[in-house]
Design a protein around this ligand. Structure first.
Ligand code: G3P
Ligand code: MG
Length: 252
């Protein structure tokens, strides 16, 4: 039901490195994390890059929407300085580059498709095509699902587009609050898991998702006591910002 790692480093390296950068992936790895979650968005010219916010300003200096800039510009932008001077010059990475890095270093990926509103289908499709390219050797030999990333998105249409473009790459649906249509949504997507906000999860909902045979994953769990509770409820995995407090081998 959940053949994947239990604890994932959120956005690469949690609170220890600038989110959604290669430095973050390295930081997670240095802390023993071989499993990561990060966000994928499209540039104006349709290149998938790592980015959480759809507007510049927080992690990358500047103004305007991410979708207003071509990849050539975005990939030169500094995504590290906001976090600390030691990360100055750490650029916005391309999804393909990060996927290759993770593959080389044995880091399993939960790829959150984070479309700019209006680009749901295109983002899901392009993210899926990128995975098909990077993981072509694994797909060709029918490697186990643990050798492939897991897609997720709050945008139903984005997951659907990924499903259409790469049906053999597993998918999850992300819901902040689990709404009554969760079962139907997962069935339509042939999803393997439901990803949800730990803040709103109840024991009853957790039990219902598990009884239906799905994996259950929570974001973002930064407290060990809460992590233990969720695991006791049957939650299979979670991502954390506190990779300094909650280790990859967290036993619950
Ligand atoms: O994928 C789980 C989590 O990352 C979703 O929320 O806003 O941190 O991308 P956010
Ligand atoms: Mg995310």
């Amino acid at each position: 039901m959940w053949p994947y790692p239990k604890v994932l480093a959120h956005r690469g390296g949690g609170i220890l490195a600038p989110e959604n950068t290669l430095a973050a992936m390295r930081c997670g790895l240095d802390h023993g994390f071989h499993a990561v979650e990060f966000d994928v968005m499209l540039s104006a010219d349709g290149v998938p890059i790592l980015m959480h916010d759809d507007r510049l300003g927080r992690t990358v200096a500047g103004v305007g929407g991410v979708a207003d800039f071509a990849a050539e510009q975005l990939l030169r932008m500094d995504a590290g300085s906001w976090f600390g001077p030691q990360f100055a010059g750490e650029t916005v990475p391309a999804f393909a580059e990060v996927a290759a890095f993770c593959k080389q270093n044995g880091i399993w990926m939960n790829v959150e498709i984070k479309p700019v509103p209006g680009f749901e289908v295109e983002t899901g499709k392009v993210a899926a095509e990128t995975v098909l390219r990077v993981f072509q050797p694994e797909l060709a030999v029918g490697a186990p699902v643990t050798a492939l990333p897991l897609f997720s998105s709050f945008a139903f249409e984005a997951v659907q587009a990924a499903q259409q473009a790469a049906p053999q790459v597993p998918r999850a649906f992300l819901m902040d609050r689990i709404t009554p249509d969760w079962r139907e949504r997962l069935q339509t997507l042939h999803a393997v898991a439901l990803h949800t906000n730990q803040k709103h999860l109840t024991l009853e909902l957790a039990q219902a998702v598990k009884a239906a045979g799905y994996g259950l994953f929570c974001y973002t769990v930064n407290d060990a006591v809460r992590a233990r509770e969720l695991l006791a409820w049957g939650v299979d995995g979670f991502c954390t910002d506190r990779i300094d407090l909650i280790g990859a081998q967290f036993a619950g």
